[in-house]
Design a protein around this ligand. Structure first.
Ligand SMILES: NC(=O)c1ccc[n+]([C@@H]2O[C@H](COP(=O)([O-])OP(=O)(O)OC[C@H]3O[C@@H](n4cnc5c(N)ncnc54)[C@H](OP(=O)(O)O)[C@@H]3O)[C@@H](O)[C@H]2O)c1
Length: 344
């Protein structure tokens, strides 16, 4: 979701700073506000609507869960969370000889070669599974059309071989007609999955832990500078990729968990200033938030639309209580930061 920042060196902010980090860790975290909505109440899930039992599967009768994008951030997190429960994982990868793919084998996943551009490979990979975890991506070229085509291919493959349940990792707000191109693409995929008659759960993550990849603060004049194109004082809901995986795994193991068949998930919300404060505590160096003008995103219409949407709260509307119920160890920003290496 932050592709433009990766491309724009003015925003990318590589983080290679030299300083001592306090040995006693970081102080208590900031308060996380919970919207406190109840996961259990609400309309029936798509399985319930079709009269399909929604009980958790008997472990002895479980077949594998196929994981699309298993070499990527959320797919890998989902595979790992499933493997921790002893569930069988069929990890899909374009290249089965990559380091990321081999790492999954080392964890106990069954690796299969599959490409979202190759429908036959998807049908084979989805045959005989209990469920599919699916993600799609427009990639750094922002090809929403390709993301949608991949989503349709996943739906067609799953429908062709009768996959019992599909968990699609979409994005928070996908159903709210945001006008953000890659959000609308994910909505298209959601609708197509339903149109193909599949039993589905839509897990809709908010802004992820992009501070790990794209938005690492830069050390400048003795200060850690946190820079985002987000006005001061505006809270942004966020979640760690690992926690997206934990939620997806919980749903894969028990497809009836999410009432209504969709849940917007987040671990916490923070303003830019609060993010800087957390970095200051974590690394024991002064940190400052510097809101960037939206113009730093240049002509990237998708990213501009997204950050403009962020600036008009409420943008994301995650169900914090539901997230926690599905993944009790969901991290706050401070907990996520504390687990990061001291120097990145
Ligand atoms: N960052 C955020 O704040 C945020 C928040 C909400 C939603 N999202 C959404 O999350 C998605 C990205 O997820 P991610 O971070 O997990 O992605 P990622 O780490 O970039 O991984 C992408 C995965 O997709 C696989 N893939 C790509 N093209 C494929 C193809 N043709 N066939 C088979 N596999 C293919 C890749 O496999 P290879 O190893 O073969 O390349 C890789 O496993 C985007 O749609 C984004 O919009 C992001």
């Amino acid at each position: 979701m932050v592709r433009a920042q990766r491309q724009d060196p003015g925003v990318q902010l590589p983080c290679r700073y030299d300083h001592h980090v306090r040995a006693d860790g970081h102080p208590a975290g900031l308060r996380v506000r919970s919207r406190g909505r109840n996961l259990i109440s609400g309309p029936e899930s798509s399985r319930q609507r079709k009269g399909i039992p929604v009980t958790a599967r008997d472990p002895a009768e479980r077949r594998p869960i196929a994981v699309v994008g298993a070499t990527g951030l959320q797919g890998r997190a989902t595979a790992r969370a499933l493997l921790r429960t002893q569930a069988a994982v069929r990890a899909l990868a374009r290249r089965t000889d990559s380091a990321a793919a081999r790492a999954l084998t080392g964890l106990g996943a069954d690796l299969v070669a599959a490409d979202l551009d190759d429908p036959e490979s998807l049908r084979a990979a989805f045959t005989g599974v209990d469920g599919v975890f699916a993600m799609t991506t427009p990639g750094y070229d922002q090809r929403t059309d390709i993301e949608v085509a991949h989503g349709h291919a996943i739906a067609d493959g799953a429908a062709a071989v009768g996959v019992p349940h599909v968990i699609y990792s979409s994005v928070g707000g996908a159903e709210r007609h945001t006008g953000i191109p890659h959000f609308e693409g994910k909505r298209d995929v959601e609708e197509y999955l339903v149109a193909r008659g599949l039993s589905t759960t839509f897990v809709r993550p908010v802004f992820r832990d992009n501070f790990a990849q794209f938005m690492t603060p830069a050390m400048q004049d003795g200060k850690l500078m946190v820079r985002i194109p987000l006005p001061p004082g505006i809270p942004l809901q966020m979640i760690a990729a690992e926690d997206v995986g934990a939620v997806a795994a919980a749903v894969a193991l028990d497809p009836g968990r999410v009432a209504g068949g969709s849940v917007e998930i987040a671990g916490y919300e923070r303003t830019g200033e609060q993010i800087a404060e957390a970095y200051q505590h974590r690394h024991d160096v002064p940190a400052r938030y510097e809101p960037l003008p939206i113009e730093v995103l240049g002509g990237d219409a998708d990213q501009r639309a997204m950050f403009e949407w962020f600036a008009r709260p409420p943008a994301f509307r995650a169900d914090f209580a539901a997230t926690k119920a599905l993944a009790p160890r969901t991290k706050t920003f401070e907990q996520w930061l504390a687990a990061r290496p001291e120097r990145e």
